[in-house]
Design a binder for this molecule. Structure first.
Ligand SMILES: [Zn+2]
Length: 471
């Protein structure tokens, strides 16, 4: 019988449904819970059913949305009410894998829901019989029927598995998150290259966690005790401010191995590194000290900075200035990758060091709201045709408006030193290399590994022959 039930009346058929019917919908809720686990969320899923039809489905997303009310039930109820254009859901049944908490039970009553079916009991926060039973409270609830324990074992097993895994990870984690920092859940990086290395042991990090990709140089094969052909001058790949180390992933995969170490960090505030909440945290000198300490920790003395220039804002001028001020003898050079087509590799005169750049992001913190999204902003700011996968990866570390705020703070504060005087590097230490666009969809073009490799090898040879490396 599909005649509409008055909003204030319970649907007697829902609770009386045979177990097989409940199990069918609970399996769908379980699939949602599995999705939550895959996203690093506590695995709870919910589906909302009306007249035997699926109306809404969702899963717990409290972490991603930075929203304590983003329980699976709440999201499914919101979605269902929006679809019906009605805050009363009197003829609907909610299936949820875990016993609802007091908040969700309250929302269920507000919606005048006909029936709630749940799987596993929740002894710590359950408000449907475990800690308290709001559904049985005569003063609170005249509307909602309750069915307990549908596929309870499966629902509980999923949770148990999740928390076991999380406990294992926590036991391994020697890098607790500081109270004044944010860390992006690993699940947000699903469309991105796998994580590299983490450290929080550098003094300048003060407990923040830094992520970096690192390819050590290797000795020539078959030659025991062979020494590397050149000193350990590393390539330090600096990401553009609108991306993170994932931008270098194709290059890291394609660079010939062995000749020199390659290091691609996520600056603090970017990518998989922690994001400080204090708004005036970012400072070129501080970032430079962290990079120098990371190089020290890896046993790398000299390095060549590689950056993308002429494609949106750049952090390199500010950082180079700070690096050169801190420990000038370690900076072997600066390789600028340019997306221009006409320019060929050439020595760059010192006086043509880049002038101070105007701010390129037409944004201000006051213009942010809850829907502010890094991906949408990048789409507006970067040229049309920018690779969609590149944008998706660029935005992956900033899943919520709270994360985006720290991204924005970094964008605005880190280039504060851009107006610094030209970099005090001798001309023979500055090179630029044009990138050939790989195609209209790949702007700004991925670095051609062979060209970078060749340029760096020439550079090393030049330094070795001319002794121009030291001061
Ligand atoms: Zn809840």
């Amino acid at each position: 019988m599909n005649s509409p039930t008055p909003a204030s009346m319970p649907s007697p058929s829902a609770a009386a449904m045979p177990d097989a019917g409940h199990a069918h919908w609970m399996r769908l809720a379980l699939a949602e819970a599995e999705q939550a686990a895959a996203e690093g969320e506590v695995p709870v899923g919910a589906v909302l059913v009306r007249d035997g039809q699926l109306l809404a489905r969702n899963h717990n997303r409290t972490r991603q949305l930075a929203d304590p009310s983003a329980h699976a039930e709440m999201l499914a109820l919101r979605e269902g009410a929006a679809q019906l254009g009605n805050h009363r859901l009197g003829d609907c049944t909610l299936y949820v894998t875990l016993e609802p908490c007091a908040m969700c039970s309250g929302a269920v009553f507000q919606a005048r829901l006909a029936c709630v079916v749940f799987g596993a009991s929740e002894p710590k926060t359950g408000a449907a019989g475990s800690v308290l039973d709001l559904f049985a409270h005569p003063g609170l609830n005249h509307h909602t029927q309750l069915v307990r324990g549908v596929l309870a074992d499966e629902c509980a097993a999923l949770l148990e598995q999740f928390f076991q895994q999380r406990r294992r990870q926590q036991a391994q984690a020697i890098q607790p998150l500081r109270d004044d920092a944010l860390r992006t859940p690993e699940a947000c990086f699903a469309p991105c290259p796998a994580a590299g290395h983490y450290t929080s042991a550098l003094p300048e990090l003060q407990g923040l966690r830094l992520h970096y990709q690192y390819l050590p140089e290797s000795l020539p094969q078959g030659l025991p005790n062979a020494q590397p052909a050149q000193p350990r001058t590393a390539l330090l790949l600096l990401h553009p401010p609108w991306h993170w180390s994932a931008w270098w992933a194709p290059l890291l995969q394609a660079l010939p191995r062995g000749a020199y170490p390659v290091l691609a960090p996520d600056l603090v505030g970017w990518g998989r590194s922690d994001k400080p909440k204090k708004s005036p945290w970012h400072d070129a000198a501080r970032h430079a000290r962290i990079l120098l300490q990371l190089l020290d920790a890896l046993g790398l003395r000299q390095f060549t900075l590689v950056s993308l220039e002429g494609a949106g804002p750049s952090l390199a001028p500010a950082l180079l200035q700070a690096l050169a001020q801190a420990e000038p003898e370690r900076l072997a050079g600066w390789l600028r990758l340019l997306p221009a087509q006409k320019m060929s590799e050439q020595k760059m005169p010192a006086q043509s060091a880049p002038a101070a750049q105007p701010p390129l992001w037409p944004i201000a913190p006051g213009r942010m709201d809850k829907r502010w999204c890094v991906a949408a902003h990048l789409r507006r700011c970067l040229p049309a045709g920018t690779d969609a996968a590149l944008l998706q990866q660029a935005a992956a570390p900033y899943p919520s408006a709270a994360h985006a705020r720290h991204w924005l703070a970094a964008q605005l504060q880190a280039p504060a030193h851009l107006a610094a005087p030209p970099i005090a590097l001798p001309p023979q230490r500055q090179w630029q290399l044009a990138l050939q666009p790989a195609g209209p969809a790949a702007w700004p073009g991925l670095p051609p590994p062979q060209a970078i490799d060749a340029a760096h090898r020439r550079w090393l040879a030049h330094n070795a022959a001319g002794g121009a490396c030291g001061q």
